[in-house]
Design a protein around this ligand. Sequence first.
Ligand SMILES: [Zn+2]
Length: 375
Amino acid sequence: MKILQRAVTVIGLSADKKGRNSSIRREMLNNKACTGSLTILVATAALALSSAAFGSSSALLHASLQTDVSPQPSSKQTNHVKSESTNATSMACGNVSVQVLGSGGPELDDGRTSSAYLVWVNNRARVLVDAGSGSSVQFGAAGASFETLDVILLSHLHTDHSADLPSFVKGGYFTNREKNLWVMGPDGNGTMPSTNAYVTSLIGEEGAFKYLSSYTINGKDDYTISTKSVASATLKKPFEYAVNNDISVQAMSVNHGPIPTLAWKVKANGCEVVFSGDTNDKEGNLSRFAKNVDLLVLHNAINDNAGRVAKNLHMTPTQIIDIAEQSKAKRIVLSHIMKRSESGLDALTEAITVVAEARVYAAQELMNIELLDDN
Ligand SMILES: [Zn+2]
């Protein structure tokens, strides 16, 4: 069934930038009442639907939204994709947006889809970052076409970032996709498989869904899925790959406890976007990897009182504030919201707005943030 294309477009206003010391940050995190002196508009779509709610496309089409709703032009209406940005670093950022397909983590009852983001370039869905549970349904709800997708970038292979991959492949059978597809993610270790091994275990010839294996064999089906496992990418020597004339990607390894994990950077049309993945930023490199980017997605999975195990996996709100400030990213998106972090989300949003020269967004399902060189 063809679902009408739609997107929730949000507009954020920069707040006055005032204090910059850490005591203010801590105070704001500890005191949610500290809101009077700030002008903040974090427009959010009231579309925090659980995966279960997505069973009917009509439910989506009739869902009420509290924000501007601007339909994405049909991909067929846009035909100037190719070779506009062979010199991506010198051109002004434009015609790119980042849409949140999933703003949650692995919880079942949080009303959020697991982690996934879509990068639209010239009104076409081109890059999928993470493919957590429910994201294939949200992909359709966003009006995205599987045929235009160039690459799927996985931050890591926890279920809430990767479990829907076979659903995308099976769903793609019912499209006219003909161009090959990249799936890129981290290398493995004793705890986790490599991205190559993960894909093979699912849709390889001996995989759990081996009935889809024709997509992994060159020339055997309408398109071929290629995989890349990225090992030991550093700030000084990140993994870099030009997907095509429009889009290039970079990856840097980040610490997520024992789980091999990558932060991804997507470059297109003069825009740069960084996705932190799950990390506690132990190396302290995230702000430099995301220096001056147009948009930085930071995963806010825990609160400052989290225990040792959680802090070994995730960054705290205090760290997030520092990373947001130091990166000088133009836009910050707080995502991977969990019940243990949601209660502090407003205070964190406000605290970042005070210390960082950034527009700050609390991620919501299908929120679509347009990147324009307007500040
Ligand atoms: Zn994780």
